[in-house]
Design a protein around this ligand. Structure first.
Ligand SMILES: *[C@@H]1O[C@H](CO)[C@@H](O)[C@H](O)[C@H]1NC(C)=O
Ligand SMILES: *[C@@H]1O[C@H](CO)[C@@H](O)[C@H](O)[C@H]1NC(C)=O
Length: 175
């Protein structure tokens, strides 16, 4: 008899502690965690990266970057219809043909679908490579939509890094 009561007491204690753990978990997940998480994820700033190439003479007019070389100093424009006045900005590629831009704070990921990016000028280094004709590769003449790649943090601001391209200019050469 004594043993049974002991066992019952033990079970009761276990039950109470389980209820305690359960209610604690429920209250912490339902009231504390989701709101800050959601606020953090929903609205982020926009960063855009990509590459610009000079296509090889061998493949001019063909949609390929085989034997293409990075184009330095090419101008890339980002234009968005996020508001009536919109956002327009430009940047230039580095020696590796790479560009990276941080859009102004008035543009957030909510409106990133209103943006297009494309290369506007081949830059001075194109003269030696004779890469002067914009290529439609990856919507390089009509403007490419931004594809999200990953969240990044710059100077304590949350961005989503988007990618476009790779873009190219056609070489003006006879095969
Ligand atoms: C923004 O809207 C104008 C007028 O409708 C349009 O011509 C332009 O292509 C749009 N720009 C982008 C980046 O979608
Ligand atoms: C290129 O443009 C077409 C037509 O507007 C669109 O369907 C497609 O998603 C675009 N692709 C890129 C990479 O921007």
């Amino acid at each position: 008899m004594g043993l049974v009561i002991k066992a019952l007491k033990y079970l009761l204690l276990l039950h109470i502690s389980l209820i305690f753990i359960y209610t604690n978990e429920v209250s912490s997940t339902s009231t504390v965690t989701p709101p800050p998480l959601r606020a953090k994820m929903s609205r982020r700033l926009v960063a855009v990266e990509g590459m610009v190439y000079c296509k090889s003479c061998k493949y001019s007019g063909i949609d390929t970057l085989l034997e293409a070389s990075p184009l330095q100093g090419a101008t890339v424009r980002l234009a968005c219809n996020n508001t009536k006045r919109g956002v327009t900005m430009e940047t230039k590629t580095d020696k590796n043909g790479y560009f990276f831009m941080l859009a102004p704070n008035k543009l957030t990921t909510y409106a990133s679908h209103t943006c297009r990016a494309w290369p506007t000028k081949p830059g001075p280094s194109a003269a030696t490579m004779t890469c002067t004709i914009p290529s439609q590769l990856n919507n390089g003449t009509t403007g490419a939509v931004l594809k999200p790649s990953k969240p990044i943090n710059i100077a304590e601001h949350d961005y989503v890094l988007f990618s476009v391209g790779p873009f190219a200019f056609e070489p003006a050469c006879t095969r």
